[in-house]
Design a protein around this ligand. Sequence first.
Ligand code: T4K
Length: 415
Amino acid sequence: MSNRLKYQKSPKPFETPIYVTKPVLPSLADYQSGLEEIWSRGVLTNNGPVVERFRNELVEYCGTDNLCLFANGTLALQIALQGLVITGEVITTPYTFVATAHSLFWNRIRPVFVDIEPEHYNLDPEQVEAAITPWTSAILGVHVYGQPCRLKELQDVARRHNLKLIYDSAHAFGVRVNGQPIGAFGDMNMFSFHATKLFHSIEGGMLTFQDGSLRRRLDYLKNFGFENEVEVVMPGTNAKMNELQALMGRLVLQQMDGIIERRRIVSETYRRLLSDIPGIFSAAPARPGVEYNYAYYPIQVDEREFGHSRDTLYARLKDWNVHARRYFYPIVPDFACYRGIVQESQLPVARRVASRIITLPIYSDLSIEDVERICDIIQTIHESAVPGRSSNFRTPARTGLSGGEVATPAAIRAD
Ligand code: T4K
């Protein structure tokens, strides 16, 4: 029996854009009441009381006091590297958001890109070990889409070679492994609280770490190195979270359980409905012992089976007002500023995944009807490529639509 709940022959385009994500917003009244308190106090930043309260709540949520807050995830990661005094070479993944590699660059560290494993698109521990040189000082893994790296294997490699193990956990807030928060693994974890993340504080970042003595150093580094009004103990930067960010974070944190549960339902609906569409492959589900956060919904497109390339699907979805994203294409070493570090023949798994990936819209108030409609649209796009079915599907370029016009499916189908 078909998995499809409803299959509309010709799904309608969305009236308002469906983006890849949409931030959770607390009630305006709650945010306003928090703002009134901030207004009356007149303290907007520099470790005010709302940031302090937010930190305490995160300490409870994350189960560790070894935690610092930052203005954003990128600065947090740059400071993590400073805090651990990482130098020389760091082995990292090519399949990530550019900020991972940029954080190394800003610390004058050479990124050594190694390939990923095909299951969850994270660093392949065997390749990491093979890339270690006398200059390697750390491994920087990324829990891509919130799916944990091979934690034990990476930890073993790090131990064997006396390397620091840092995780870019930008996508992994709320993930647990064998009952432990993801931040309990490795020497240090960076979480992004950007508005596009399932948990956010508008902009924001957090470091969690094992060695509690690092906290003072990290606090200095994010506040110019100030010990007091007249003493600067190290050349820090300005990476402080402000009160308005913390207020947003506190209110969103209250909704955390519901956020993950709603995303789980969206994600499982996609998995069920997409399994029927030839050439569309959902990523592997979470491994046993992983409590996943459903941060993203990546699919791979097999052009031969689907009938259209990934890029055509990506472009055609926009005709229905569905704005998916190709996270993470191109891979980082193919950006102009990193070109030349690796050869084109290297990193075959990362290149293959990047050429086939699309991340579909997922957020907690995306309705199941909308998920069904997105799947219907993907099915319709697939059928437009099958000879004898919907063969009159035409691209906007062939309709004669002018630049400003919205190319709806109705507009691009010939009667
Ligand atoms: N490491 C990793 C692995 C990361 O993924 C990231 C960030 C970082 C490090 C760095 O952390 P942060 O310094 O950012 O804290 C977005 C985010 O800006 C970025 O935070 C995120 N990763 C990356 C994966 O995605 P863009 O350039 O794709 O964002 P943008 O503006 O195109 O937004 C995507 C969609 O989200 C839009 O089409 C509409 C929707 N949106 C966006 C914003 C900002 C909203 O509905 N509301 C909003 O306020 O990078």
